[in-house]
Ligand binder design. Structure first.
Ligand code: ACM
Length: 272
């Protein structure tokens, strides 16, 4: 499978231009699966619900989803991308995975970061994976990388590739955690980040680039630049992600002791 990522520099609110730039970048190379950043058409830092109302789209009926499906049909590929979703008065930072047949997977970011909590609802969809031409793929969005349970759940549900649209602002952090997520779960991870600067509220944000692709043994297969737009493709063998053995005695999945694990804090109840 050939995996590609695009590291973009979106202009806030310029949805059509940002979409066109991402499509031009994808058209410059060939891949079976492309990964684009989080909120890749809108930009990141919303400052009002009016903006969200104006810029967020419904899935699967919105224009960005349609355009990505059209691109997937034309180029016979799949695309994982993050976008602002509107659904009955609520907003989500959502991820979709489209292929020539339509939307194969939709995920709503479960862990919200900083000011996102003002605007977006936390995701209410379970972690799911889908098969793309024999390869099982799952989605995480940006700060989900901090929570090992998220990647682990996808891996236990069969993910061999974790597509990770991101708008990262903490330098280095996700480059380390996603390498760890790949290694601890024996999966490929593909983090597509953006670059640029937004200062639309009281919080200036610099997006940190350094998009990356990691193999199931933690090897950095690709590491992008910090401050320029970028397109990269890497050939991977998904079979590598099916072997969870560490040695002849240990296996990352078979050796787990799930009945002795509890991901809750002491005394914490499940609320949702
Ligand atoms: C982030 O979750 N966009 C940092």
């Amino acid at each position: 499978m050939r995996i590609g990522l695009v590291q973009t520099a979106p202009l806030f609110g310029a949805v059509k231009q940002n979409l066109a730039d991402a499509c031009t970048a994808m058209a410059s190379a060939e891949a079976n699966l492309w990964v684009l950043p989080e909120l890749f058409t809108t930009g990141y830092q919303f400052a009002s619900f009016d903006e969200l109302e104006r810029l967020a789209e419904s899935i699967p009926d919105g224009p960005t989803t349609h355009a990505l499906i059209e691109f997937a049909r034309l180029h016979d590929c799949a695309i994982a991308a993050g976008l602002a979703e509107r659904d009955e008065g609520r907003f989500f930072t959502a991820g979709i995975l489209v292929d020539p047949r339509g939307v194969a997977l939709r995920y709503r970011k479960i862990h919200l970061f900083a000011e996102e909590k003002q605007w977006f609802s936390p995701g209410d969809t379970p972690f799911e994976t889908i098969e793309l031409e024999g390869v099982r793929v799952g989605l995480l969005i940006c700060v989900d990388h901090v929570f090992p349970e998220a990647a682990r759940t996808l891996a236990l549900r069969g993910a061999e590739v974790i597509a990770h649209p991101a708008n990262l602002v903490m330098p280095v952090y996700a480059q380390i955690t996603m390498r760890t997520r790949a290694l601890e779960n024996g999966v490929f991870t593909v983090t597509a980040n953006r670059i640029g600067f937004e200062y639309r509220t009281s919080q200036p944000l610099t997006f940190t680039g350094c998009s990356q692709i990691v193999s199931p043994d933690g090897t950095l297969l690709y590491s992008g630049p910090a401050d320029t737009v970028d397109v990269a493709v890497v050939d991977v063998d998904p079979a590598f992600a099916r072997d969870k053995a560490l040695n002849r005695w240990n296996d990352r999945f078979a050796d787990r002791r799930p009945l002795l694990y509890d991901a809750r804090l002491s005394g914490e109840q499940e609320t949702d």
